[in-house]
Write a protein that binds this ligand. Structure first.
Ligand code: ATP
Length: 310
């Protein structure tokens, strides 16, 4: 079968639009799609310092590589930095951080590393150890990580933070919010730009599917850490992930379809839900006090605090 762009030997199905492509045309199409999101949604302006949230996983490894390539190829004028968060998860984050250090060498980008232990006085393993029974930890970990990423990005002097969220992540969030009847979160929608804090968060791969990202990482032979987080089996996200996985087995384009419906729902539900600023820490918040400060308060008796030192 011939490549839909150049007529050469097709090797890959590009799931974003279903075309069969050869390897070089797949790379080009994927990178062009990220560039299109950057330009269409005005994610960056020339001269900005961009802190890429880098975990060593496939999404942020692909994001780092593609931003690096686009920055050179299209003279975007971005000052790329990397920020990594060490949540303190034995047998997982220690190995993925080793990958982040190798990426730092490969791309020669400045790197800031912040740890839960330094910022909150306890690693995620400490928080888990101090609980009477195993409970889901992903929501709290996500909240604390957002704070840590903001702190690291401030330390890097960044104007904007870039994260590796993709279309499948967005679809999972939409299904989860539907199942929980979380109208407020559905209304806020999954946009490519989240304003509110002093450093906005942007998602250049928001319209890229997980399959295309994995394929890109694999064919480009990128160095990334593929093991699942130790705490993932307890995560609530496994429910929408399983539903979407099953749907993807019989229908094509499910993540992008759900994302489109999510956009419509978000516009219909939208009631001026632009987040404000937390009165305690200055982070982004939809209420007076942000999720980080609420988690720190709730976990205070287990030794979690906002130390601000790292
Ligand atoms: N420990 C971390 N340090 C820095 N950034 C992180 C970290 N964990 C997640 N991120 C950022 O948040 C994005 C979404 O993370 P999430 O854990 O939801 O997805 P993921 O599929 O595991 O991402 P990845 O494949 O990059 O690890 C990542 O792509 C990355 O940009």
């Amino acid at each position: 079968m011939g490549c839909a762009i150049c007529g050469g030997m097709a090797a890959i199905k590009y799931t974003a639009d279903g075309r069969l492509l050869c390897k070089p045309c797949f790379f080009q199409s994927f990178e062009d799609a990220v560039l299109h999101t950057i330009e269409a949604d005005s994610l960056f302006t020339p001269g900005q310092r961009v802190a890429i949230g880098v975990s060593g996983g496939k999404d942020s490894s692909v994001l780092t590589h593609v931003l690096f390539v686009l920055n050179e190829r299209h003279s975007l004028g971005l000052d790329l930095h990397m920020v990594a968060i060490d949540e303190g998860i034995r047998g997982y984050r220690d190995d993925s951080l080793a990958c982040v250090y190798r990426m730092q060498e490969r791309y020669s980008l400045p790197l800031v590393v912040k740890s839960f232990k330094g910022l909150f006085g306890a690693s995620l393993d400490d928080i888990d150890d101090r609980r009477a029974a195993p409970t889901p930890l992903c929501s709290e970990c996500g909240v604390l990580r957002r704070y840590a990423l903001l702190t690291g990005s401030r330390e890097a002097g960044a104007d904007v933070m870039a994260l590796g969220h993709n279309a499948d992540d967005a679809a999972e969030s939409i299904v989860l919010n539907l199942m929980r009847a979380d109208i407020a979160r559905l209304g806020r929608g999954a946009n490519t730009v989240t304003d509110g804090a002093d450093i906005p968060r942007v998602k250049p791969m928001h319209r890229c599917t997980q399959r295309d990202i994995v394929m890109y990482a694999h064919l480009m032979r990128l160095d990334y850490f593929a093991t699942e987080c130790t705490y993932a089996p307890r995560g609530l996200r496994n429910v929408p992930r399983a539903i979407l996985g099953a749907a993807g087995g019989v229908l094509s384009g499910v993540p992008l379809n759900i994302q489109r419906v999510g956009d419509v729902l978000s516009r219909a539900l939208h009631e001026d839900s632009k987040p404000g600023v937390c009165e305690r820490c200055g982070g982004m918040s939809s209420g007076r006090v942000c999720q980080t400060c609420l988690v720190v308060e709730a976990e205070g008796h287990r030794g979690v605090r906002l130390s601000g030192n790292d």
